[in-house]
Structures are given as structure tokens and as C-alpha cells.
Design a protein around this ligand. Structure first.
Ligand code: AHR
Length: 508
């Protein structure tokens, strides 16, 4: 029964079934700071992510401040979102920013051909996005149009946003914003291998170099240029970009969605235990991809000057019945929460190269934080994970030692039987996030620290009546964090019992 396969990273857990798991945490030799941007988000003009999800317009009956819905803004504020990517996604390579400025009533409408043929009225444009980020203290991340846009259009967008003088700055002032914005993150295209232009890596690397040449730093602004990266495990894409263009970029991205079979993605809410393990097994494969892309990058850039970003990730299931198939609206269960928690714990281990991750997407699309129905809103189980885990943002990573036992999915995917990550924040508090993916076994964990643990500690748990429980508009709190008391501190050891299919964050 006992199958200890290998040691992963520095964490050491020995799992003896129905026995104690020992985890050693080395808080006296902390690692690098966990970049807050690992907790980034993504918002695309897709379905009801922007319209209804964030923006209802100032004339809406839905309570709003200057067009932004109040309930969503307040919910997002609690997440401390560090960075938000916009306007796509595939939409970015169809988007012409000049259509989204000026008086809203005279902005041209377009068909959103990528996403259900919905008519886009451009009422949410550059000003609305930048203003939204400013209100929430979020760093904006723009994706520029390479696929159907020109170099001139992209260059002028940066000038419009960041320059103090010249025609673009005057236009911006006429449109209500005199002061330039600061803009750091700029993506040169999106999925250039697919919806962003169907290019080869070789061709795109030249195109990238051309476009980025004209993205200027105006008046003290400093751009962080991001090359559009690989689809999943296409390491050759990363290799070609690193070989041809690494000196002209601050980062290269890649995308990874948790999809077991793209031809039959499966229901977000109706699934068997076997499908649950398969999806979790697929989600944690992101660790292999991180290692693969990082190995390629290390060969070209051992000093780690160029960052790796995972600027789209998350679960992707069948659209909920009754919704536009092009709008990617899916429910969100405790299974999604497990995917989020396992993924974030993995990301923490690779932050010497991985500097940002953006879950897809913010509202009403794919693995969303919030779901809305007209004036109603619910927080998803994934939202709760992001809120519970935000204590790791900007904290020092604490190495942990382990020998890992695995649960094997029906298709043979290994899934760690326990996932533990820890960090120490600036105020000296230690946070430990623990995930028990087993559907039927509790885990009795001894967290063994270098030094005596002071104080009482506190903890929260996220679990659910059933693994496919979710929050809907009639039952918004079916899956919600609760205070958790089943832990005991004895000198330098904290014993904690983690129930099946649950996520615990301890504060010590
Ligand atoms: O997030 C949905 C879509 O997935 C994005 O538009 C695209 O970049 C990816 O394929």
C-alpha cells in the first residue's frame, strides 16, 4: 500500500497511511520572497467577465460607482489583487484601443468573433480599465494587438497612456485624464501560435522584436515587456524565443489549462470521484511544465534575468447548460478550490523564475472568483482560496522537507497525497497552507519548526458537504471558510488534523 516515490523540492513528508505525517519547516533559513504577482488575475472581453462582471455602466440599476458594480469591487478588494491582465486573451488580437476611448455613446461597436459573436460596444475601454485598477490598487497588465493590429497602433497606445506631452497626451486629457498613468506590464500579443496570428515561434520572435522596438518608455515610465509564450509543454517555443529575442524582453509567458480531454471537458459540477482525481492529477502536471520551461530558460539565461509568467491558468469545463457556448461560463466547486490551492502551493516553489501567474478569469468566465446574475453575486470556492492564501503575497518562502506519497488517478497521474507550503510575512507571522486532496482519508500532520512556536495560532479551513458542492445565488455560502481549531502547539511542533478534501491555512 505504501508507495513513496520521490522527493520533490525541499519539503519532506513521510506518509504512513492512517499514521502521522512529519513535515519539517526551516523558518530559520528562509528562501526568496513570493512575488505577490503569483496571485494575479485575468479579465477578458469574453461573455460576462467585463460587462456585468465588473462594469454595468453608470446608468445601471445595479448598485455601482461610476459604472463599476459595488459588490464585485468590494469582493475583489479583499483579494488584494496585485496585477490584472486585460483585454485578452484571444480578444486582445482583435482589439483596437482607439475604439474604446472618447464619449461612450460614439464609440464604434464590433462583433466579438472569438467569443460567441456578441456585439461589443466598447463602453469599457482604456480609461475604464486603468481607472478600475487605480481604484483597487492593482498593477495593470495590457496585452497588445499583434495579430490584427499595427506596430504604430501598439506604440501609440503606450504613448497615449504614459506620455506627458504630445498629441496622444492631449487626446487623453480631452478624454478626461490629464495625468499620465504608470504602466508596467505590456504583453506583445497573445497565443501567437494560435488565435494571436497562427505564427511559428521563429516568425513570432522576429515580429516580437519589431513591435517591442517601438514600445517606448515615456517620462519616467518603465515598461516590462512580455513575449507571448508557449502552449502548455511546447518547450521549443520557449527555446526559440530565448535564443532569438531574450535581450529584448523582461519575460516570456506560457498558458496551461487544466483540461483532461479537450474534446470532452466534462461538467464543472457533475463528476465522479475518478474524474475528480483525474482533474487534480492534470492540474498538478503544471509542475512538470514549470520545470521544463525553466530548464530551457536556464540554458540561455542562467542569471535569471528573463522571468517566466504563467499568464493564463485554471480549470476549463463544459459551459453550463443554457448559456452561450462561446461565453465559457462554468460553475465552481470544491474541486476547483483544490485545483487552485494545489497550484498556488506549487507556484511558491519556483519563484526564482516564475514571477507572475494570472488565473482565468476574474468574473463569470472559466475558474472565476465571482459569479453574477444581474444584481446578485456569489463568491466561488476558488475566491475563498485566493482570499485565504493572500497572506503568502510578498512573504518569505519557508523551505520544507518531504518524501511524498502519491494518490494515482485512474489514468495513472500522480497526485501528491498532501501539499504543504509556508511563508513568513513582514510582521513575523508564519502561514502554512495545507491541502489534503484525498476524498476519504484525514491527514494527521506534525509540522516541525526549527524554533519554538510562540502564541496560540489560528486557522481557517475550506471544505464542503460534498466534493461537487458549489455556491449559487440561492445558496451563496455552501462552500465558505470556517475557523479551524483542530491543531495543537507543543514547543516547536504543531499537530494538525486535516479532514479529507479540505484546505487549511494556519497562522502562527
Ligand atoms: O481564457 C480563455 C482563452 O483561452 C483566452 O482568450 C486564450 O488566450 C486562451 O486560449
Amino acid at each position: 500500500m505504501k508507495r513513496i516515490l520521490s522527493a520533490l523540492g525541499l519539503l519532506s513528508i513521510t506518509v504512513l497511511l492512517n499514521a502521522q505525517v512529519r513535515v519539517s519547516l526551516h523558518e530559520s533559513t528562509p528562501g526568496a520572497v513570493i512575488p505577490p504577482e503569483i496571485y494575479g488575475q485575468f479579465s477578458e472581453h469574453l461573455g460576462r467577465c467585463i460587462y456585468e462582471g465588473i462594469w454595468v455602466g453608470p446608468d445601471s440599476d445595479i448598485p455601482n460607482v461610476d459604472g463599476y458594480r459595488v459588490d464585485v469591487m468590494e469582493a475583489l478588494r479583499a483579494l488584494k489583487i496585485p496585477v490584472l491582465r486585460w483585454p485578452g486573451g484571444c480578444f486582445a488580437d482583435d482589439y483596437h484601443w482607439r475604439d474604446g476611448i472618447g464619449p461612450r455613446e460614439s464609440r464604434p461597436k464590433m462583433v466579438n468573433s472569438n467569443w460567441g459573436g456578441t456585439v461589443e460596444d466598447n463602453s469599457f475601454g482604456t480609461h475604464e480599465f486603468m481607472d478600475f485598477c487605480e481604484r483597487l490598487g492593482i498593477e495593470p497588465y495590457l496585452s497588445g494587438n499583434v495579430g490584427s493590429g499595427s506596430v504604430e497602433e501598439m506604440a501609440k497606445w503606450v504613448e497615449y497612456i504614459t506620455a506627458e506631452g504630445g498629441y496622444q497626451a492631449e487626446l487623453r486629457a480631452q478624454n478626461g485624464r490629464k495625468e499620465p498613468w504608470k504602466l508596467k506590464y505590456f504583453g506583445v500579443g497573445n497565443e501567437a501560435w494560435g488565435c494571436g496570428g497562427n505564427m511559428t515561434a521563429e516568425y513570432y520572435s522576429d515580429v516580437y522584436k519589431r513591435y517591442q522596438t517601438y514600445l517606448r518608455d515615456f517620462d519616467g515610465n518603465q515598461l516590462y515587456k512580455i513575449a507571448s509564450g508557449a502552449n502548455g509543454d511546447d518547450y521549443n517555443w520557449t527555446r526559440v524565443l530565448m535564443a532569438n529575442a531574450r535581450n529584448t524582453m523582461q519575460a516570456v509567458s506560457f498558458h496551461y489549462y487544466t483540461v483532461v480531454d479537450w474534446n470532452a471537458k466534462g461538467s464543472a459540477i457533475n463528476f465522479t470521484p475518478a474524474e475528480y482525481y483525474e482533474v487534480l492529477g492534470k492540474a498538478v502536471e503544471v509542475e512538470n511544465l514549470l520545470r521544463g520551461h525553466i530548464a530551457v530558460m536556464d540554458a540561455y539565461d542562467p542569471e535569471k534575468r528573463v522571468a517566466l509568467l504563467l499568464d493564463e491558468w485554471g480549470t476549463w469545463f463544459d459551459v453550463e447548460p443554457g448559456y452561450n457556448p462561446g461565453h465559457l461560463y462554468q460553475q465552481n466547486t470544491m474541486r476547483d478550490a483544490m485545483v487552485a490551492a494545489l497550484s498556488l502551493n506549487i507556484f511558491h516553489k519556483y519563484t526564482d523564475r516564475l514571477k507572475m501567474a494570472n488565473i482565468a478569469q476574474l468574473a463569470n468566465v472559466l475558474q472565476a472568483m465571482v459569479l453574477t446574475r444581474d444584481g446578485e453575486m456569489v463568491l466561488t470556492p476558488t475566491y475563498h482560496v485566493f482570499r485565504m492564501f493572500n497572506v503568502h503575497q510578498g512573504a518569505e518562502y519557508i523551505p520544507v522537507d518531504y518524501n511524498m506519497e502519491y494518490i494515482f488517478s485512474p489514468l495513472g497521474r500522480p497526485l501528491p497525497a498532501l501539499s504543504v507550503s509556508a511563508s513568513r510575512s513582514a510582521d513575523g507571522k508564519i502561514h502554512v497552507s495545507i491541502v489534503n486532496p484525498s476524498l476519504d482519508k484525514s491527514q494527521n500532520v506534525d509540522l516541525s519548526f526549527d524554533d519554538k512556536v510562540k502564541g496560540q495560532g489560528s486557522a481557517e479551513i475550506l471544505s464542503a458537504p460534498k466534493i461537487n458542492s458549489y455556491n449559487d445565488f440561492d445558496h451563496p455560502d455552501t462552500v465558505a471558510p470556517q475557523p479551524f481549531k483542530v491543531f495543537r502547539i507543543q514547543k516547536n511542533v504543531v499537530n494538525v488534523r486535516i479532514p479529507p478534501a479540505s484546505i487549511v491555512v494556519l497562522e502562527l
